[in-house]
Design a protein around this ligand. Structure first.
Ligand SMILES: C[S@@+](CC[C@H](N)C(=O)[O-])C[C@H]1O[C@@H](n2cnc3c(N)ncnc32)[C@H](O)[C@@H]1O
Ligand code: SF4
Length: 478
């Protein structure tokens, strides 16, 4: 950790307040919903809750592996120490699930085998790997070794450019933590995403996190000793946080020995089927609740702080010290639109023109695998129109549309993609275009979720037409 460099707070606040004028203008134009509610578009289109049921047979009908056979791989391990109040993921909590974890790891192993049989391969050629959760390091060192051992036996790592684990600080500490760090390194893991969430002990307690600031600092130090690339994640807009405490967080984050800082705006509504406890916290108002103005000022302030000290937003929300530090998994899936397979509860696969989602329920997960089937229960093979929306929405949200890739994935030129809407976004300074790319401007990047919602099919929109002002940027306009 280096010395904390302080910022001029009056300047940061003045800029953020001025920026809120632009926010109000965008609301008047119909671009942002009147209530200022936050609907992230994430890495899926259509939104994850809106997929119809699909069978394994229909999901794979007509699918062929890419010519080079490379796939990005996601694997999900849904166990954690305790429930963080902002979290919407279905997880089993606490130390009482050792047998269940063994059972889950066995099912996951079988799921990989069923998947490979379905694809007609005996190893998966990995382009990149992400193991997430849950807390995938909330396994005993023996369980972690067992998992990694069978996992890498099924994966060809020769072309894999990054092997990332999402971890929490506690699981990297003490003798077990040291062993986990060594085991992961031995199996080729080279990047860790540490869920830090805040560097303020009171906020961490309010979030019901299972660690304090000291554990965060120690876990970064221990990981660095083994040479991991490090990405740390934060949440802003959580009840009880203040603009001042958030500036402290970012100042301190920049003094840490990490490569990337990722900032998430608090999402109150569930992403999937499970609604986390944060809605209750807000309804009870036991902590001071922040409105959209304050939350967006926090975002503006953090972006100004990070970019003024040399961090670049290489992929939305993630601020890196150098270009090479980016999640390959996220880049490949959302910006290059490469094929990706997912294993485990809630995991998804994104294969060329289709998206399949695994069940969110443990019992169904085990039962499907015991019956020799993949635990897929929802998904979609996109028609031509939906394929075009998908091929523009994901990269525009996460970085920029590369015209060549759009053409490869759709067979068409992006010039024909909603030209009137695109022209309006350009007119209002939200996107720019050159020979090779369509890129959100700084303002467009700030409101990237709203930029891409311009291109949603109307029945996938998060709120009704009259929730937006009837201006020229109302997303329901053709
Ligand atoms: C898939 S989660 C798993 C994180 C990991 N289990 C941990 O807690 O450290 C990845 C990140 O999403 C962010 N996140 C989770 N729930 C969120 C919510 N409701 N709103 C905004 N960000 C959220 C957090 O920063 C979290 O670290
Ligand atoms: S945020 Fe992470 S550690 Fe907390 S409950 Fe959710 S998945 Fe588990």
């Amino acid at each position: 950790m280096t010395e904390i460099q302080r910022f001029d707070r009056t300047e940061l606040l003045a800029d953020a307040e001025q920026f809120m004028g632009q926010y109000r203008t965008l609301k008047d134009l119909g671009f942002i919903n009147k209530g200022g509610e936050f609907f992230p578009s994430g890495v899926h289109y259509p939104p994850i809750t809106m997929y119809p049921p699909i069978t394994q047979e229909d999901f794979f009908k007509g699918y062929q592996l890419p010519e080079d056979g490379l796939l990005d791989i996601y694997t999900h391990i849904p166990f954690c120490e305790k429930r963080c109040l902002f979290c919407h993921y279905p997880v089993k909590l606490g130390p009482g699930h050792e047998l269940e974890k063994d059972r889950y790891l066995s099912a996951l192993e079988q799921e990989m085998d069923i998947y490979m049989r379905q694809l007609g391969i005996d190893k998966i050629k990995a382009r990149s790997i992400l193991v997430g959760g849950g807390t995938p390091t909330y396994l005993t060192p023996d369980q972690l070794r067992r998992f990694l051992d069978y996992f890498v036996k099924r994966v060809d790592l020769s072309k894999c450019t990054q092997f990332n684990y999402d971890v929490d600080p506690n699981t990297l500490l003490g003798p077990d933590g040291a062993e986990r760090l060594r085991i992961m390194r031995d199996y080729g893991v080279d990047r860790l995403t540490i869920g830090v969430q805040s560097l303020n002990n009171e906020t961490l307690r309010n979030m019901n996190r299972h660690h304090g600031v000291k554990e965060v600092l120690d876990s970064i130090e221990e990981s660095r000793k083994l040479g991991y690339q490090l990405n740390i994640e934060f949440i802003f807009g959580f009840p009880g946080q203040t603009i001042d405490s958030w500036i402290d967080d970012i100042e301190m984050a920049m003094s840490l020995d990490v490569d990337e800082i990722q900032i998430y705006r608090l999402k109150v509504e569930a992403y999937g089927d499970y609604q986390g406890p944060v809605k209750n916290v807000i309804e009870k108002q036991s902590l001071r609740v922040l409105d959209d103005n304050e939350t967006l000022m926090m975002k503006r302030i953090a972006i100004n702080m990070l970019t003024s000290r040399g961090f670049t937003e290489n992929i939305r929300r993630v601020f890196c010290r150098t270009k090479k530090h980016v999640s390959h998994y996220a880049w490949n899936q959302c910006c290059m639109l490469y094929d990706e397979v997912g294993f485990g509860l809630t995991a998804f696969s994104s294969l060329r023109d289709r998206y399949g989602l695994n069940t969110q329920f443990f019992d169904e997960y085990y039962a499907q695998i015991a019956a020799g089937k993949l635990p897929l229960n929802r998904g979609l093979v996109r028609n031509e129109e939906e394929q075009k929306r998908w091929a523009a929405i994901l990269p525009l949200k996460n970085s920029y549309v590369q015209k060549k890739i759009y053409r490869e994935r759709t067979g068409e030129s992006v010039d024909n993609f909603f030209p009137e809407k695109m022209a309006r976004l350009k007119e209002y300074g939200l996107v720019v275009e050159d020979e090779h790319r369509i890129t959100p401007t700084k303002l467009g990047a700030f409101f990237a979720d709203e930029v891409v919602q311009q291109f949603y099919r109307s029945d996938y929109m998060p709120v009704a037409r009259d929730e937006y002002a009837e201006g020229p940027l109302n997303p329901y306009l053709p």
